[in-house]
Write a protein that binds this ligand. Sequence first.
Ligand code: TXA
Ligand code: MG
Length: 350
Amino acid sequence: MPSPHSQPPAGQQARLLQTHTPELFANAVAEVVEALRKGEVVALPTETVYGLAANAWNPEAVRRIYEAKGRPAHNPIILHVVGKPMALECVAQWADPAERLAAAFWPGPLTLVLPKSARVPEIVTAGGPTVGIRWPSHPFMQAVIQGCGFPLAAPSANRANELSPTHADHVLRSLGDRIPLVVEGGQSQVGIESTVIDLSTPVARLLRPGMIHETALRELLAAPADDGSGNPAESSGPLRSPGQLPRHYAPRARLETWEWKGEADLAARLRRLQPGFRRIHLISHTRVPVGLGEAVHVSVIPHDPEAFARALYAELHRCDEEQADLVVVEAVPPGPEWAGIADRLRRASA
Ligand code: TXA
Ligand code: MG
């Protein structure tokens, strides 16, 4: 019997496939593999955020991703692989830095940008010479890639300029009327998008911070190459970050990050703003603020970078659903573990 959750809300055509028993899991893998072989797009769980996947070798299938998302054609899509041999089919170069980073962090939330192989269609890379690849750790995603035998192109499974989904419900709400299949794979365990590092240039560049943070990457890149010579690897040196901050990863409401000195200060600032906003949501993480009045909706998420990242997008999606018009997020501490989260909050408030 399908659970009541497998029926999409009225107006949505997507079917939701459940995976929470071995039998459901195996049936869903078989159905998804078949759909992907036929060139369809399917929304799949990954450990970072849900992805909208298609056969990377099939330009027509990849075109459907751009169409469903309303994604601009100049924005490249990353490839998802299982195992190094499949990664090697996608790239024209695999030097020591890629080997080390992959050995340390794959399967996991790290995307490596490398010169693309001739086999990768132009539409995947938006015509560019490089391709982003990662080996995801989510068991369902892995089973599907293995079943397909080809890499999956997959951006986050949301319409362009909306928040990334961390639950199947988020996907249904954003794309439910545009795609045929969504797989329920539970809450995304990392919760923000993968770290993206460009290894195609002489000095590695951090293109998007994430939960695998810069300090960890830098340590690995700077460590001496394991060639017995004792010389540092070619890749040593600073990571350069392009530091673009377009508005992205944002809820519909205006988002601000604040620091406050005690609850009286916070309450006074909120009171001053209240006439201009119908519904204010406050997301804090150090303590439960009290005495803010009925008009401010408060949620508290854990003060731990990993748990915070896991909870953040679900909170922001809820703010959208409840039509908040202002979201105030308590500023996060400095430090490399928080850098990916701080990046998303900065972009959401840009
Ligand atoms: O965690 C993730 O990375 C998720 C899951 C589904 O794997 N995917 C994801 O994809 O966030 P997307 O398309 O929403 O974000 C990928 C980012 C985009 O900012 C894109 O511009 C960048 O990576 N990107 C992709 N290929 C690139 C390339 N060849 N060079 C530079 N940037 C690239
Ligand atoms: Mg995205």
